[in-house]
Design a protein around this ligand. Sequence first.
Ligand SMILES: [Zn+2]
Length: 175
Amino acid sequence: MYAGHFASALILKTAKPEAPTWGLVAGAGLLDIGFGLLVACGVEGLSPNWKTAHLLNIPWSHSLLTTLLLGGLFAALFRSRGRGVMLVMFAAVFSHWGLDVLVHRPDMELWPHSTIKLGLFKVFGPVSGWAETLFVVVATIIYALRARVSPTHGRHWAAMGALMAVFWGMGYVAG
Ligand SMILES: [Zn+2]
């Protein structure tokens, strides 16, 4: 679902052109940045039963509570840019959780080490590849159309599209 996270950032940029693109992209990837750091520290990683269940050990980086707190803290960094920008920054962080919960096996906890684990892989897993493609294409078209009429969008949508394509390809290779 990696290109899908960038697609969320593009849609949010369209909704709030004043929000910096780098902030939206970083926000949309924030949970995985946290995951990477925690893997490096040996706190998170693959679960012991990865071979049979493909569950990740992500109690801290991907819990709903962490997402809400991180989203709030991240949004607060943009306080000087106004409430609307703060809102889309929070949405960028939360969008990651929202997309992940659709495709993860039940390994996303309500709060760190909660017994309630979320993940709708069984429902959406088989179609998520196609759904992501559609989501990315639609987001890119919306963004490109808005970029034509709004000077604040700039013309870097093609670069963003290329970046998403790279991550999308990487996702297929890795997955
Ligand atoms: Zn994630």
